[in-house]
Design a protein around this ligand. Sequence first.
Ligand code: ZN
Length: 432
Amino acid sequence: MFFQKEIETMNRRDLEELQLKRLKKMVDYCYNNVPFYHERLNQAGITGDKIKCLSDIQYIPFTTKDDIRDNYPFGMLAQPMKNIVRIHASSGTTGKPTVGAYTKADLDNWSDQVARVAVAAGAREDDIFQISFGYGLFTGALGLHYGLEKIGATVIPASSGNTSKQLMMFRDFGVTGLVATPSYALYLGEQLREAGYPREDYKLRLGLLGSEGCTEKMRDQIEESLGLRVTDNYGMTELTGPGVSGECEYRCGLHFAEDAFLPEIIDQETHEPLGPGESGELVVTTLLREGMPVLRYRTKDITRLTYEPCACGRTHARMEKVMGRTDDMLIIKGVNVFPSQIESVLIGMEGVGPHYQLVVTKRNFLDQLEVKVELLPTAPLDRYGELEAIQRRVHDRLKSVLGLETKVTLVEPKSLERFQGKAKRVLDLRGE
Ligand code: ZN
């Protein structure tokens, strides 16, 4: 099933021709309408007619999160405010939020892109979707909201929080689809199991999860506890929001909306372009966006692309699930560590749950990584020897996966914080 079959299955040559045409137009559009790009492109000596093939994109300067921040709030806009109909923003971890501005056409394209992701994942017009993302400035909730309405599905704008009400609506409204962060879905599953409601009271079948990473094992746990099938989707405010890429039912990478977003992979140190299958930083150019276009935006997400055909018939490139952001990457005693690596170790282990916290400190000029792991309620809390054995197993597995010595602390069941939005699991105290 497709939402826009002619675009989603376009042959590669036609698709690349379309991308080139749109890229040239976009470069001139940015040059003419955004003073920031006018200056940057002038310095680089680039105009649309100098772009002869897609690989000429490498002559366009990058745009970084700092550039967007420096032009806060509206310096990156390419349209006067009278043509902007919506503003979103994502809260940055430091300082000012990142703003997104949308024209009417942007909102229309955006909901098409989300609708494609939803249909590719298996959503249909008779589905009832509960959106348990927090509403507000965040692009996730309204992005999925309009995309799902566009395919004719029923949307319940539940927002996050009030877990018992969420479970009640699942049951009373006959909800078939869930939109949430993986960590909140995991929590809802835990609560559902605890409430002891019979599974046949629920019609849940599909989870469209996003806005943070999700390991395969975490996905298995969510699927098992909620009784649904999970697909992953990807996006960010700087690039509109969700709908940039999403998994089809084959779940072998996230199809990129290549008619609207031109992806590249670069080496994050040398900035050299990397080929298909090579892992590096994802860089994206918007090809259709009017309100706030970006050229070669450095996402800081580490992934790779494949252009091999997919069994579903879609021809658009597939992006590997993002397992780490250069931002999330911790450097501990010179070793690169992604929280997702730790998560995948913990989720497979007996006696401990998927909830954890990482605390990084410096002692005598040396980095220390403490991994706080929550015990499952079934763990033998009163038998010290067995707890010690669990701790040793976690320690040894982490050491072999990370190549790093860690301090493992077991904590009581349900003592670590639960998250309804993006999980914040790292506490880096080295700067203090
Ligand atoms: Zn596919």
